[in-house]
Design a protein around this ligand. Structure first.
Ligand SMILES: C[S@@+](CC[C@H](N)C(=O)[O-])C[C@H]1O[C@@H](n2cnc3c(N)ncnc32)[C@H](O)[C@@H]1O
Length: 314
């Protein structure tokens, strides 16, 4: 990530010009936090998607033939790779000879760990880590006979609409006609349950990572990156969980030679988690010539819902 891009992203955040555009930074500092989150019983996304994969992996892979290459976008930390990527690869190997697994993630620890986990389990699969921002460029050469996965709601839940369009366009350009793309989308809309999942200490720490990363990358010695509270909002109309960091005190930092004021009480929208992602997914995928073939949905005892989409390039 170039410093000027990082600085511009934060200038836009503090100036209020852009919002919810920082999902790419949340794991860069303390990447180990994500594994704590997914193993926390409140984080239903992980549990439900693991269950969908356990229950339907063979069904999802039905008719998926002649695949040699797997590309995973945003594999994340060790637990999701062990509990989602490995079982899906296992199901895929029933009818395909998988030669190569490519992990694409902006968080370098995740990309390399995912490759190692796959290598440890399947010695015959070569693995390849690509550390990049997939909104700009997936960084994968145009290989044929592949399938693309993206689990955890990464693309549709945590990006803004412009980023979603750019990413799906990149994916569509990479897919050949008939190739598959398997993607998770979150469709929970119960405010009480969402507040339990998102309004807590561990999510607060995850969001603070963006401030710690800014401080570290730009060497902002006097910046108190911890001086922000977590604010949770549920926007019922748009079905968005909106997460802010609210300044506990007034501070000044210099970005691109400009003095930026962070005033006590100001709220900064770091990341959203969209729960209307099925509707968004349908319209954006169609726009880029990717058709939903089958939808696998599970609901838990609290009413949380998650869907895995099997899609195909038309
Ligand atoms: C919500 S986590 C999902 C992790 C895992 N797949 C799961 O199912 O739990 C999002 C993952 O995508 C990566 N990521 C987020 N934005 C990205 C971007 N713009 N480019 C590349 N990777 C990104 C993060 O580093 C992280 O690994």
């Amino acid at each position: 990530m170039s410093y000027s891009r990082l600085e511009q992203d934060f200038i836009d955040l503090f100036d209020g010009k852009r919002s919810a555009h920082l999902s790419k930074y949340v794991h860069l500092y303390r990447p180990e936090i994500y594994d704590d989150i997914v193993n926390d019983s409140r984080y239903y996304i992980y549990k439900l998607e693991c269950e969908i994969i356990k229950k339907f992996a063979d069904k999802i892979m039905l008719g998926v033939n002649n695949i040699f290459h797997v590309v995973e976008l945003g594999p994340g930390s060790h637990s999701p790779v062990s509990s989602k990527t490995l079982p899906v690869l296992e199901a895929l190997r029933e009818n395909n000879i998988i030669k190569q697994y490519t992990a694409v993630d902006i968080t370098k620890e995740y990309a390399y760990d995912a490759c190692q986990t796959v290598k440890n389990k399947f010695e015959d699969i070569k693995s390849n880590a690509i550390v990049t921002n997939f909104v700009s460029d997936i960084g994968v050469e145009k290989i044929t006979d592949k399938i693309i996965f993206s689990f955890g709601g990464t693309i549709f839940c945590n990006n803004n609409i412009l980023e979603i369009n750019q990413t799906i366009n990149n994916i569509s350009n990479l897919l050949k006609t008939g190739e598959y793309f398997i993607i998770g989308v979150d469709i929970t809309d119960d405010e009480q349950s969402l507040s339990v999942t998102y309004h807590n200490q561990i999510v607060h720490e995850l969001l603070l990572n963006v401030m710690y990363n800014l401080k570290q990358e730009l060497n902002l010695e006097n910046f108190d990156a911890s001086a922000f509270d977590l604010v949770f909002e549920w926007q019922k109309e748009s079905k968005d969980v909106v997460l802010y960091l609210q300044a506990q005190k007034t501070q000044q930092i210099i970005l691109k030679d400009r003095e930026i004021n962070i005033n006590q009480g100001n709220k900064y929208n770091i990341i959203n988690s969209r729960k209307s992602s099925l509707e968004i997914a349908k319209s954006v995928l169609e726009k880029y010539n990717i058709k939903i073939q089958e939808t696998f949905i599970l609901t838990d005892e609290f009413g949380n819902k998650f869907a895995l989409l099997k899609t195909q390039k038309a």
